[in-house]
Design a protein around this ligand. Structure first.
Ligand code: ZN
Length: 335
């Protein structure tokens, strides 16, 4: 006992003298192997590409609900549950789908009634016939990756006992691949007051590092609001960087669930003007919407670092006193 204690002190002393503090400052709560397990489940062939309306989407939603409970997320829906059901029609068929919603309550007396929404879609495009021997579109990076980033943040906040100032809402959306149906339904039927939503942080394609390099990501909508500048302040003391020079990111702002929060007009007749962005580590890659979008291509070490980084960034944003402003005058904040 005493020998081991002495040994631990010596090891600690050696590391602190050598300037090695990384491990002690950054004990990753969600390890690369755990992320790999989640991705291998959601993007497995048995999930058959998570097509909207499929039984596998119901299975995935139930699995997400169990993870939400395990990581201490509270229900948000008025009926005390995590599931937000909705339906839409596609090719003369009625598709029944659901979003999975949970939250961590804010602790700042002045900010706790405001919300940061963390979102990611968990649907993909299913099984399609083609020349390829592999007909299952696993959708590992698009978007089991973003979905597992949400789960990783929830678990990290719980186990690190981090306390957000604003309330953090976790929204796993279905229906994205069918026209952002889930996020549009959420915004049109929100269980929280949209007037009090500070921002939507949406995740897509966070599993790869070969495009931007390690510890780097981009945000869609850098030209639309000052959310990127605000994050830049945080990044001054971080080993992660936001790359804001990707031209494609301007168009991609309109191509994922974040736009349901920011858009200025829509078929639903809802105008919210909530600042948002989609956060990704991959620009348009050749595996997107192909059967080979599989988890074996991931850099899980990088992804685990990303989960840790965003967990802390979200806490920082949840306590931030400054308002996020649209810099594009065609978007206006809901009053
Ligand atoms: Zn996607």
């Amino acid at each position: 006992m005493k020998t081991s204690l002495l040994f631990a002190i010596i090891i600690g002393l050696v590391f602190s003298l050598s300037g090695f503090t990384g491990y002690f400052e950054k004990p990753l709560v969600v390890k690369p192997e755990e992320l790999k397990g989640w991705i291998n489940y959601l993007a497995s062939d048995q999930m058959r590409g998570r097509a909207n309306g499929s039984p596998e989407m119901n299975t995935a939603a139930n699995w997400l609900t169990e993870r939400y409970k395990e990581y201490g997320l509270l229900p948000v829906m008025p009926n005390g549950g995590y599931i937000q059901n909705y339906s839409f029609s596609s090719r003369q068929r009625t598709i029944n789908e659901r979003n999975v919603i949970g939250m961590i309550k804010g602790t700042d007396p002045l900010l706790k009634d405001q919300y940061i929404i963390l979102s990611a879609h968990f649907d993909h495009i299913g099984v399609r016939k083609g020349n390829d021997a592999d007909s299952i579109y696993n959708g590992a990076d698009d978007n089991a990756a973003g979905t597992c980033t949400l789960l990783g943040i929830a678990k990290t906040i719980k186990e690190s006992r981090l306390k957000p100032g604003r309330t953090v809402v976790f929204a796993a959306f279905s229906g994205e691949e069918s026209g952002m149906r889930g996020s549009r339904f959420f915004v049109a039927n929100s269980p929280v007051s949209l007037k009090n939503v500070y921002a939507d942080i949406n995740f897509e394609m966070t599993g790869h590092s070969e495009y931007l390099g390690k510890n780097a990501y981009y945000m869609t909508g850098c030209k639309v609001s000052n959310l990127d500048n605000l994050i830049g302040v945080y990044n001054n003391k971080s080993d992660w960087k936001l790359i804001d020079t990707i031209a494609l990111a301007n168009n991609l702002f309109f191509a994922s669930d974040n736009i349901a929060f920011s858009r200025i007009s829509s078929a639903d007749g809802v105008t919210q003007g909530i600042p948002s962005g989609t956060f990704a580590t991959t620009t348009m890659a050749d595996y997107i919407h192909k059967p080979n979008d599989e988890g074996k291509l991931f850099d899980y070490d990088n992804m685990a670092g990303l989960v840790w980084y965003f967990s802390n960034l979200i806490i920082w944003l949840s306590e931030n006193k400054s308002e996020i402003q649209f810099t594009d005058p065609s978007f206006t904040r809901l009053k």
